[in-house]
Design a protein around this ligand. Sequence first.
Ligand code: AKB
Length: 342
Amino acid sequence: MSKRPVALVTGANGEIGRSLIERLHQDGRYRIVTLDLSPLPEKYRPMCLETYAGNILDRYLLDQLAAHHEIEAVFHLAALLSTRGERDPELAHQINVEGTLHLLRMAQSVTLRLGRPVKFVFPSSIAVYGIPSLAEKARLGRVREDQGLEPITMYGVNKLYAEHLGRYFMRHYRALAADASRSVRLDFRSVRFPGLISAETVPSGGTSDYGPEMLHAAAQGKPYSCFVAPEARIPFMAMPDAIKALMGLLDAPQEKLQLPAYNVAAFSPSAAEFMARVKKAFPGAQITFAPDVARARIVDSWPADVDDSCARRDWGWAPDYSIDRAFDEYLVPAIRERYRNG
Ligand code: AKB
């Protein structure tokens, strides 16, 4: 029996990474190799062929990974998110741009070695959008992939550029090389995620974090002060749908994909509506609003909602979780269970 191919997951210890490992393990198609700065918790290690603690900026380590494993898919999840990125923009650039460049180069060299395209699946973000005013945000409503692309955070700038880098590697990399016509290039695919909400983990370093933070604080009986105004509105998605999107994109036939990066949407509550859901589930929740000017401005620059009709048309995307289902069937029961014993 031939060996199953390898999927490399970077940023494996983050909130998308942990859920993706479980999903890939259940799926069984790939042997999983992970890379993260911090060691993967014991629970996930038996699901993986190999787990590496290391830096995506370490080119030597990436070369070793490429040499030792027949990597056929890369899920490049490692990133410094928007709030962290504003605190250290140069570090964000290094991780989000240089790190992505290293991974793309590694995936391209494996592509050449195997003689077939490595699939490179990349989570981009609604942070690529930058809408100048609340009036314009209201006017735009659900933004298409090509609208409002003037991000105001380093993270958003980095994600937008990384989408272009991926498209460049897939279509044009080394087009002037002598053997360019014969060379095979990697297969880049990307989704622009909204704010993600997981029952398992509380995110850190992002600006959409107020949603999950509010929910996890309420479940633990802790007070929460929300850093955006009650009327702030951006799209959110439950983690199982985010994993569904990554797997759906992985499996989509290349000839159907018309965009290098697709919007995916699920629901889009205001912060006040989010709070109402949380209070319904946890009636004792103590939630107040104390907007932080800089973080609130970032959220205001992101769209109120996104138009995901291209993803629906090209690769059959549809979320499983409406806001009702996300709270009633996934978030609330799983979070209750998680904090049951204190
Ligand atoms: C962030 O808040 O930076 C991320 C994102 C929206 O990509 N969660």
